[in-house]
Design a protein around this ligand. Structure first.
Ligand code: G3P
Ligand code: CA
Length: 431
């Protein structure tokens, strides 16, 4: 055994070394965490830095794997690793803030069945008790029957500080006192400044296309980050004066990876503004957002976004059939009989594949079906037409009377197997 003096000496020099290392460590600035840290008043310590790349916002929850803005969509988004949950606000007849995109209940609930004589079924014309009777899941898929419209309070409770929250003041001019109501709810939750959720993302963001409404909100809670939305993304090419003024009261603006460039993103950021992307779902567009240096990546499919950021395979559920291509603007009418716009599926294997029960959606959630007992020959195509026509062994016509595949900007096609599992996701840039 070694002599005591020797041990003491070595202990002393070890202690000196540790002290030196500690001093050195103290001198290093904290690691670059999520972009939000730049404006972080940091009331609470950063729980966990967001991994590499933009923070992922889930648009209306995981809204291509469950009915938008329901418990199912938000729980799925959290399970898929979303950093921020986005949702749109409306207000009931009795003044309760609820989470729903449209100003009417018609598209995402069974209100026309439950209240047939209450057209146009505006949210503002129904009490919360009436709205809570509605099924907000079956429209998307009967498997989600029974999902309810959430109140803002229930949405926050569901999240319970796990991820960031980004409520959007959708149409504040339609709902008297909506902005004050939101501020009151945020005060009740202590969401009155910029701090981190348990996952390290900014806990609260308030967004709106309504500038007056957002400025009014900012005046009530000036420390809450805000995102000013504007169609066409004019702020990405705005003057220095406009960006300087914007940076005095808002935190971020939105850009589009197809229409804008990395240098435009960097210029806007140089004014102290952060940049949130347009909602994009396809792996190619998501990687454009990452490589253009956006602070936030907005998507309906947070699982795919996280996979892209981790250089992993976006979807590990594919069984051999993919979306090969999309003909969205053929000669003549897009819904011409036995012609028109279509999605081409391809069998990537050397075995025939039965695709009965497969369905497709485009970004707007229109559902397209394949033919009964449809089989794709090995290595072959199967065309899913939007319009009317006579089915062929390798083609099915959905009989819609209006086109659904976008002819402008971008669109996305989602392929689901009969168990409603997304097997492929395809994006195209139309203009
Ligand atoms: O937050 C911006 C984005 O959500 C805007 O689109 O129509 O889904 O609210 P929308
Ligand atoms: Ca929204």
């Amino acid at each position: 055994m070694r002599r005591p003096a020797f041990i003491v000496n070595h202990l002393r020099s070890a202690l000196v070394l540790v002290a030196a290392l500690a001093a050195a460590a103290a001198a290093i600035p904290p690691a670059e965490a999520s972009p939000a840290s730049t404006t972080d008043t940091n009331q609470g310590a950063v729980h966990r830095a967001i991994p590499r790349g933009p923070v992922v916002w889930s648009h209306r929850g995981a809204s291509k794997n469950a009915p938008e803005e329901t418990t199912a969509a938000y729980e799925r988004a959290l399970a898929d690793g979303a950093d921020v949950l986005e949702g749109d606000l409306a207000q009931t007849k009795d003044g309760v803030l609820v989470v729903i995109h449209d100003n009417t209940l018609a598209r995402t609930t069974n209100v026309e069945e439950v209240f047939p004589d209450r057209a146009p079924w505006n949210v503002a014309d129904f009490t919360l008790a009436e709205i809570k009777q509605l099924d907000a899941g079956s429209w998307w898929n009967p498997a989600f029957a029974g999902q309810r419209i959430l109140t803002l309070h229930e949405w926050f409770e569901l999240n319970h500080g796990r991820a960031g929250l980004a409520p959007e003041l959708k149409s504040p001019t339609l709902y008297p006192g909506m902005v004050e109501n939101l501020a009151k709810e945020l005060r009740a939750w202590g969401y009155t400044h910029d701090f981190k959720a348990k996952n390290g993302a900014p806990q609260i963001w308030v967004q709106s296309f309504d500038e007056a409404g957002l400025r009014q909100f900012h005046a009530l809670l000036p420390e809450v980050p805000t995102l000013l939305l504007r169609s066409g993304y004019p702020f990405m090419t705005a003057s220095d004066e406009v960006l300087t003024e914007l940076a005095t009261w808002t935190t971020a603006v939105a850009g589009n990876p197809v229409q804008n460039t990395a240098s435009q993103v960097a210029r806007v950021q140089s004014f102290g503004l952060q940049v949130v992307s347009e909602v994009e779902d396809g792996p190619s567009l998501l990687s454009m957002i990452e490589h253009q240096g956006y602070d936030y990546m907005f998507t309906d499919v947070p699982n795919v976004a996280k996979a892209v950021l981790a250089d992993k395979k976006p979807l590990r559920t594919n069984r051999g059939v993919i979306v090969d291509s999309v003909v969205y603007n053929p000669e003549g009418s897009d819904v011409a009989v036995n012609g028109g716009e279509y999605v081409a599926l391809r069998n990537t294997t050397d075995k025939p594949i039965n695709i009965s029960g497969y369905t497709l959606r485009e970004f707007g959630n229109t559902l397209l079906r394949v033919g009964e007992d449809a089989v794709i020959e090995p290595g072959s195509l199967y065309k899913v037409y939007v319009g009317p026509g006579t089915d062929r062994p390798n083609a099915h016509f959905n009989g819609l009377t209006a086109p659904v595949l976008a002819d402008t900007v971008t669109d996305h096609i989602y392929l689901y197997n009969p168990d409603q599992v997304m097997e492929d996701l395809y994006s195209y840039i139309a203009s």
